[in-house]
Design a protein around this ligand. Sequence first.
Ligand SMILES: Cc1cc2nc3c(=O)[nH]c(=O)nc-3n(C[C@H](O)[C@H](O)[C@H](O)COP(=O)(O)OP(=O)(O)OC[C@H]3O[C@@H](n4cnc5c(N)ncnc54)[C@H](O)[C@@H]3O)c2cc1C
Ligand code: SF4
Length: 327
Amino acid sequence: MNQFQYVRPTKNKAAIDTVTKDPNATFIAGGTNLLDLMKRGVVMPEKLVDINKLPLRKIEKESGAVRIGALALNGVVAEDKLVLEKHPLLAQALDAGASAQLRNMATVGGNMMQRTRCPYFYDTALPCNKREPGTGCSAIEGYNRMHAIFGFSDKCIATHPSDMGVALAALDATVLVSGPKGDRKIPFVDFHRLPGDTPQIETNLQKGELIVAVDVPENNFAKHAHYLKVRDRASYAFALVSVAAALDIENNTIKDARLAMGGVAHKPWRLTEAEKALVGKPVSEHTFRQAAEVAMRGARAFEHNQYKLKLAPNSIVQALKTAAGLA
Ligand SMILES: Cc1cc2nc3c(=O)[nH]c(=O)nc-3n(C[C@H](O)[C@H](O)[C@H](O)COP(=O)(O)OP(=O)(O)OC[C@H]3O[C@@H](n4cnc5c(N)ncnc54)[C@H](O)[C@@H]3O)c2cc1C
Ligand code: SF4
């Protein structure tokens, strides 16, 4: 592990200024991802700006949304009364992540910013365009069982590992950011980027910008929502495929729908066309199967992740059935 300086500011501005001015400084929150990366030599920041003293832990109602502070712990958010009442999908997704110990260290901001779990990204002996741009992608011809089936490029086929992010994408969340040029809001679905030619740039956050909170707007999905995570072990494993499904149902007809997938792309993958295919239709397995077909348009697999082409649509149907109370 490289040597680094450590500071612990108490004001947002001081934290932002420090990271803005120093090209080798970075924020640290729970440290559950960043420290692993530092120990393995994948990233080597020279200054850590610990943000844990900043006032960013509140969970409250604000302007028609539930506002969740960037430092709210994953475990605390999953058990928060307001979140459970208004956005049970988010609570389920958080509960499906990591382990209880990790959820009690990991923060909402850190969860959004966590890096891919592609094994080649962590192995500094092998080429990886994300870790070292221009060196090549070891996964394309390698063991790509966990990798993307949507939105990848010839530079990178990694997936985003967050469970929380899949629910936030489905729930139309907005990220509140504070930076050297002031405050701004980023729709969650635009927060992460596809790899294109620059897989090393994973989000639209600029240098020095601090995530301060995320807003999850009011909706009518609380009664019919389900997060399904398919993984190799029942706990403490990243998603092979996950689905966040939310329905607004009246008289057995779908009035509105939200759908997103995890484990399939470089970012939480919102399925807007499949949502449209659900609206106005009766609640039935047939309707869900048709929406899953729409969702899978354009999917393409590699040598070791062919199974996702079947697992993903089946997971969509299962998540929708559970959300609708048919399962
Ligand atoms: C063994 C293991 C299993 C796991 N399993 C899962 C799983 O199944 N599902 C899942 O979703 N996650 C899983 N995780 C990932 C875990 O959820 C993340 O490590 C965690 O959410 C990161 O949060 P943190 O606060 O610890 O971030 P840190 O490690 O402190 O930071 C991560 C990154 O975020 C940046 N950052 C942090 N806060 C901010 C902010 N406010 N503004 C701007 N940048 C910020 C940091 O600079 C850093 O780059 C697992 C992790 C481990 C170690
Ligand atoms: S998939 Fe992306 S992260 Fe994995 S080796 Fe290729 S470039 Fe690196």
